[in-house]
Design a binder for this molecule. Structure first.
Ligand code: P6P
Length: 280
């Protein structure tokens, strides 16, 4: 596992360097989810693929930017599912964005998730690496990742990150979101899931929601390389997750590698409150 994580660090460093002078234009291509690909989406996917395929313990790759699973070494142990540049549509406004990695043993399934990693390409380059405990690292002056602290979610927070187009929310979701604002929660939503959940983790609490909506009844966010890795990290930090009905996003099973799901990540108080609104 440590060897594979060191290859992820190498890829993240190369993406971070390339982001200093990026081409922010769009390609002519679309990914499996129908998103028009930025040239930098394709470049970051190429950087990760080129780097990770050098790792002897890599069995296969699942990527937001690849239609199919890419088998590398049938006899190796780990499958890595990644979003090479989550929030890439915000590159043109210079918002913080990141790469998300889920590391699965033998088979891509939430119960086989053994580690999750995400990077934050912001004012500083940071990494959160989670096997048993989410650990924050920061790139130092010697170009080394230095451990900063363990991440822990409090019982309750103040941040409300409200995804999805509001006019397409159903009534119970609108009532839930309104109830948090009536408790003085603050709206903190950038449009990059990894950055919005990173803020909730580092501020110690709150909720990120991307519900089923009339225009996305199965949700928008992808299970294997967005939802499961971040749910793994939030739960290891002491938070809770749900799809609006169950007790954990990590109980969900999907076959399609680009499957999406409604998803909620947060402190215990906010998730319990959501489940009351969602299930009467
Ligand atoms: P909306 C970015 O494209 C992304 O996949 C997530 O990072 C983000 O949370 C979501 O889509 C934003 O979607 O519909 O709010 O613009």
């Amino acid at each position: 596992m440590e060897e594979l994580i060191s290859y992820i660090q190498k890829a993240v460093l190369e993406i971070s360097d390339a982001l200093k002078f990026p081409d922010t234009s769009y390609s002519q291509n679309h990914n499996s989810t129908g998103d028009t690909q930025l040239k930098f989406d394709i470049l970051s996917d190429e950087i990760i693929t080129k780097t990770l395929t050098q790792c002897p313990s890599l069995k296969a790759i699942i990527s937001e930017e690849k239609n199919e699973i890419l088998t590398v070494n049938e006899n190796a142990k780990y499958i890595v599912a990644y979003d090479p540049l989550d929030g890439s549509s915000l590159m043109d406004v210079n918002f913080a964005i990141g790469s998300i990695f889920g590391i699965y043993e033998q088979k891509p399934s939430a119960k086989n998730l053994k580690a999750a990693v995400y990077s934050m390409y912001g004012a500083r380059l940071e990494l959160v690496i989670c096997e048993d405990t989410p650990k924050l690292y920061r790139l130092d002056k010697n170009n080394q990742f230095t451990f900063i602290k363990d991440l822990k979610m409090e019982e309750k927070g103040k941040i409300n990150a409200t995804g999805g187009t509001q006019k397409f929310w159903d009534e119970k979701h609108s009532k839930f979101i309104k109830s948090l604002f009536e408790e003085n929660y603050r709206l903190r939503y950038s449009g990059a899931m990894v950055s919005d959940i990173n803020q909730i983790l580092l501020k110690g609490g709150g909720i990120f929601s991307y519900p089923a909506t009339k225009d996305a009844p199965l949700g928008k966010l992808r299970a294997f390389f967005e939802v499961f890795p971040l749910a793994f990290i939030v739960e290891k930090a002491g938070g809770k997750t749900t799809n609006g009905n169950n007790q954990s996003l990590l109980d969900l099973e999907f076959d399609a590698i680009h499957a999406t799901t409604p998803c909620f990540f947060g402190s215990k108080y906010e998730i319990s409150k959501l489940l009351e609104f969602y299930n009467g």
